[in-house]
Design a binder for this molecule. Structure first.
Ligand code: ZN
Length: 72
């Protein structure tokens, strides 16, 4: 035990019920810090685009990040 634990920033969920023809067709993003869920988005192309951008895009307007910045 190190006494430290890594904080989980966010979680990306891909709905396993929507796996069609070898491609994910639905995904959603859940931020555990601000309790925001984005999506789900549907369609292989949209899912791919969503997954690619959401992890960098969400923190730019994440409420939890803004609160942390204010306190600093
Ligand atoms: Zn957030």
């Amino acid at each position: 035990m190190t006494g430290q634990r890594q904080e989980v920033m966010a979680a990306l969920f891909v709905d396993m019920g929507s796996y069609i023809q070898g491609r994910w067709v639905r995904a959603k993003y859940e931020c555990v810090r601000c309790q925001t869920t984005e999506g789900p988005v549907k369609g292989a192309d949209r899912v791919r685009e969503f997954v690619a951008r959401i992890r960098t895009e969400h923190p730019t307007y994440c409420i939890a990040n803004q609160q942390g910045a204010t306190a600093a």
